[in-house]
Ligand binder design. Sequence first.
Ligand SMILES: [Zn+2]
Ligand SMILES: [Zn+2]
Length: 137
Amino acid sequence: MRKFTSRNLLKNNKLKVTPQRTLLLDIISKYGHIDTDSIVTEITSTLPSVSVATVYKNLSTLIENGIVKEVNFPGKKKMYELNINKHIHLVCSKCGNIRDIDMSESLLKEKFRDIIDDEIDDFNINFYYTCKSCKKS
Ligand SMILES: [Zn+2]
Ligand SMILES: [Zn+2]
């Protein structure tokens, strides 16, 4: 995970820095990929007075500003992440742990253009495997 501070991320995007927003970004950064239920649980354990509606509102503000990205995995709840660049997901079929594999978007599209002889508009690629710690146990 790249190094960043939630505060700078908000400032760079000209968004007001609030404790809820920085906490929200810290949580997403810590988990890498996280669903809303877990986000709410994490936030309310630190800031008990924050309402679920506020969490959702802040989350959608961050999405609208291109800071947070929503990702869909078949059979899973919607997840949120800070890696807004197009990438491939490596998902452990045992524990569900998700890793980002950064690959050049243009290179991938180019490759498929050759195969299908047409333009790729978008893609969502997941690879499934058994992670090292699951293999050990
Ligand atoms: Zn695993
Ligand atoms: Zn990702």
